[in-house]
Design a binder for this molecule. Structure first.
Ligand code: V47
Ligand code: SF4
Length: 391
């Protein structure tokens, strides 16, 4: 740690811009940076400066530890009442024959296909189907828990929940408590996109707004559930919209402390209504990870979702503040493959992911959803390993 501190101090003192030097000193002194300073980092910070500082914070928080978890995804449907311009995957109800709708038996069949495999989490996320209601999803989760009680269910974005609760005419708190009683353990971070209405009204005008999204997460935290937060970046938003987005998340985290991790999601432009918008360059991606690590001082974890970034770029993020890589087993999510991710069949065994982390000279640590370390036997053959929780 002492040598990291020295080299970070050197990066700061070699910086010509006095405002950047001042920001660097604040980071070293563990002081919070302002919105103006966050913007300054985006606008003028070089990759070397940002990466050095973000790595310093990452190592201060986690040393070399790099988390991963073994999860699988279930996407019950891609039929959706909303029309987000960036979405490559949904189909309107009128065209539902082009999409898919899984019934409870099929969903349970998917869960059963992981019997005997050491997965700790199922991530359930999909379109907002007008006919699949709260009761349907509560029922599905009861069946999953009856079959495999130890499996953590991370499910339903605030967009799906907002629609379910409004349709059922119940409050957010009542709805979350009902779903929790049925088996829901935590909330994923999807649906946040960009909070500021200037952008939100152009890319996803008809779904839950920023306050609605934040209120659902606030309520989840209040009743003791953890959640994640995302930001869909690299399209028509400006740097200050990103800061505004992270400002709202930092504010809620100050209030509740209920967020586990921040997950930047890189906009992919294939097969959607925003195909004319170019995708961001890798250097911009790395810059974003670094600024997020520096700005979100109250978020314990920063996660890269490798199926969307690609393996090598995900590996690179480990030098720009990231301490967690998502996506193992056979991550069959269609959200990214349909949007043009180079990872068309994203699937990485745990041993491959461990190798990827080790190649970046980091220490792989298997975790559960709540970031408790799991001790696994037989990493080379995940299907045969058993897991115990340590500490
Ligand atoms: O909200 C949709 C994004 C999200 C595109 O919480 C797109 O652990 C890029 O939130 N280009 C859903 N992104 C996925 C999600 C997620 C993923 C992994 C882990 C977690 C977690 C959450 O996918 C949507 C939207 O922001 N998305 N279309 C696209 N064309
Ligand atoms: Fe529906 Fe989600 Fe696609 Fe928006 S991003 S259209 S809410 S599936």
């Amino acid at each position: 740690m002492a040598s990291t501190r020295n080299s970070t101090a050197e990066i700061i003192s070699n910086e010509n811009d006095p405002m950047l030097r001042r920001i660097g000193e604040k980071i070293l002194a563990r002081e919070r940076i302002t919105n103006e300073e966050g913007l300054k980092l985006f606008e003028t910070g070089t990759l070397g400066f940002l990466g050095g500082l973000a790595n310093h914070v990452r190592e201060r928080l986690h040393g070399n530890r790099t988390y991963f978890n073994r999860n699988f995804h279930i996407e019950p449907t891609n039929v959706c009442v909303f029309s987000c311009a960036f979405c490559s995957y949904s189909r309107l109800y009128a065209k539902r024959e082009e999409g898919w709708e899984l019934d409870a038996a099929k969903i349970l069949e998917i869960v059963k296909s992981y019997d005997g495999k050491p997965v700790s989490e199922v991530h359930i996320v999909g379109g907002v189907h007008p006919k699949l209601n709260l009761q349907f999803f509560a029922n599905v989760m009861e069946k999953i828990k009856a079959h495999r009680p130890g499996l953590h269910i991370k499910g339903y974005t605030a967009v799906e929940l907002d629609y379910m609760f409004r349709k059922a005419k119940i409050t957010v708190e009542e709805g979350l408590k009902l779903l929790r009683a049925a088996g829901l353990d935590s909330l994923p971070g999807g649906g946040a996109e960009i909070f500021h209405p200037d952008i939100r009204d152009q890319i996803c005008a008809d779904k839950v707004d920023a306050n609605g999204w934040l209120e659902i997460h606030r309520t989840a935290h209040k009743i003791g559930m953890r959640s994640n937060a995302t930001m869909l970046y690299g399209h028509i938003e400006k740097y200050w919209h990103r800061i505004d987005h992270m400002d709202r998340l930092r504010g809620l985290q100050d209030e509740t402390g209920g967020f586990n991790t921040f997950i930047p999601l890189k906009f992919r432009n294939k097969n959607n209504a925003m195909s004319d918008v170019s995708e961001s360059q890798i250097s911009e991606d790395m810059k974003l990870y670094a600024v997020a690590r520096l700005y979100l001082d109250n978020f314990p974890h920063l996660k890269a979702y490798w199926p969307m970034l690609g393996r090598q770029n995900a590996q690179l993020t480990l030098s720009f503040g990231v301490n967690d890589l998502d996506g193992t087993i056979d991550d069959s999510t269609k959200i990214y493959s349909m949007a043009g991710s180079e990872e068309q069949h994203p699937s990485l065994s745990s041993s491959e992911l461990i190798m990827l982390i080790k190649q970046a000279r980091r220490e792989p640590v298997e975790r559960d959803t709540l970031y408790r370390q799991l001790i696994s036997r037989g990493d080379a053959d995940p299907a045969n390993s058993e897991m115990n929780i340590s500490n």
